[in-house]
Ligand binder design. Structure first.
Ligand code: NAD
Ligand code: UDP
Length: 337
């Protein structure tokens, strides 16, 4: 299929490009590089030996979207382009609504104008909010606790309404848990622009000496070791889920959410220990207060994805940490290395 990938130069998008091309799909990227660098696509092209058409532009720009749609004629769109920092979303709510909701709306209008009816959407487990029960299944109440989570939920609802009104339309809503890890080549990976908000890139930067110590945000949660537990998923498994979702969208209409996680969960201390095993480097830690808005634990029930998409996660925790280390140690300054 011809697949337009918005935000394709980002962390998850770049890994997904490689999986798409490996399965014979033709890809085109639209990215405004607010959180990426063109070097990403240079490396993706080198790794795949494949053609990646790319457009520099904003997903909120109707004229740019029309240009891409007319030139590339996509049969499906994977929509990664968006903002993802939970803390920043509280400080800049309108910016988050503009990009995450407004961007999705502009994209849907452009798809309608072009007659494109298949969309795979990057949603998030944050749409669930405080757990009423765990693991979360897709029927769990959705009461997000951050602006970021609300932008994802509103975009999901918009997609549900769009798919219901458009005969033949398909919207696959992928609710990602915690993506970590990197491509096996060590050439592409996660490259946060500022101080990492997330655990794994922070640990990786401590390991290469860019940060002195990991702050452990609370050790008095109701978990076995007191630190927060999350369902970490290897980014290559996550990328594969998009290929499965594309296949699903070819034969199914309507909108459907899917949890994309492993069903396992690991604590902060588990992650530090696993990273030390992979890297042979000791990670200094210091105890810090709980981070506002954090929950004790979250975990996916991913049985729907297995049953309906034919997808499940294959990579272990040790593969997540080893690939992160391979990427970070070879590229201590990310794509500027
Ligand atoms: P990322 O920031 O690496 O990638 C997003 C890409 O979109 C970047 O290349 C950025 O330059 C581009 N972009 C941002 N705004 C744009 C705009 N207005 N127009 C065009 N391009 C734009 O993030 P990621 O981790 O790859 O996440 C991809 C998607 O998955 C996001 O929508 C994010 O909310 C969602 N998601 C991520 C996580 C995670 O932990 N990484 C978890 C759940 C959901
Ligand atoms: N965490 C931490 N120190 C950090 C970053 C994260 O202790 O510097 C903890 C955080 O409190 C949570 C877990 O690591 O329990 C995962 O955090 P992350 O931000 O990666 O994912 P999210 O909380 O958004 O699911």
């Amino acid at each position: 299929m011809r697949v337009l990938v918005t935000g394709g130069a980002g962390y998850i998008g770049s890994h997904t490009l490689l999986e798409l091309m490996a399965q014979g799909h033709e890809v085109c990227v639209l990215d405004n590089y607010t959180n990426a660098t063109p070097e990403v696509l240079t490396r993706v092209r080198a790794l795949s030996n494949g053609a990646v058409t790319d457009y520099v532009g904003d997903v909120r720009d109707p004229a740019k979207l029309d240009e891409v749609m007319q030139n590339f004629q996509p049969e499906a769109v994977i929509h990664f382009a968006g903002l993802k920092a939970v803390g920043e979303s509280t400080q800049k709510p309108l910016y988050y609504y503009d990009v995450n909701v407004g961007g999705t709306l502009a994209l849907l209008h452009a798809m309608d104008r072009a007659g494109c009816k298949r969309l795979i959407f990057s949603s998030s487990a944050t749409v669930y909010g405080d757990p009423v029960y765990l693991p979360y299944d897709e029927a769990h109440p959705t009461t997000p606790t951050s602006v970021y989570g609300r932008t994802k939920l509103i975009a999901e609802q918009m997609l549900q309404d769009w798919a219901a009104a458009q005969p033949g339309a398909s919207a696959v809503l992928l609710r990602y848990f915690n993506p970590v890890g990197a491509h096996s080549s060590g050439r592409i990976g996660e490259d946060p622009k500022d101080i990492p908000n997330n655990l794994m890139p922070f640990i990786a930067q401590v390991a290469v000496g860019k940060r002195a110590a990991l702050s452990v945000f609370g050790d008095d949660y109701d978990t076995p070791d007191g630190t927060g537990k999350r369902d970490y998923i290897h980014v290559v498994d996550l990328a594969r889920a998009h290929v499965a979702a594309l296949n699903y969208a070819q034969t199914n209409t309507g909108a459907r959410p899917f949890n994309i996680g492993t069903g396992d969960s690991y604590s902060v201390r588990d992650m530090v220990a696993a990273f030390e095993r992979a890297s042979g480097v000791t990670i200094p830690t210091q105890l810090a207060p709980r981070r506002a808005g954090d929950i004790a634990a979250m975990q996916a029930d991913a049985t729907r994805a297995k049953a309906e998409l034919g997808w499940d996660a294959k990579h272990s925790l040790d593969e997540m940490t080893a690939s992160t280390w391979a990427w970070q140690s070879a590229n201590p300054d990310g794509y500027d290395s």
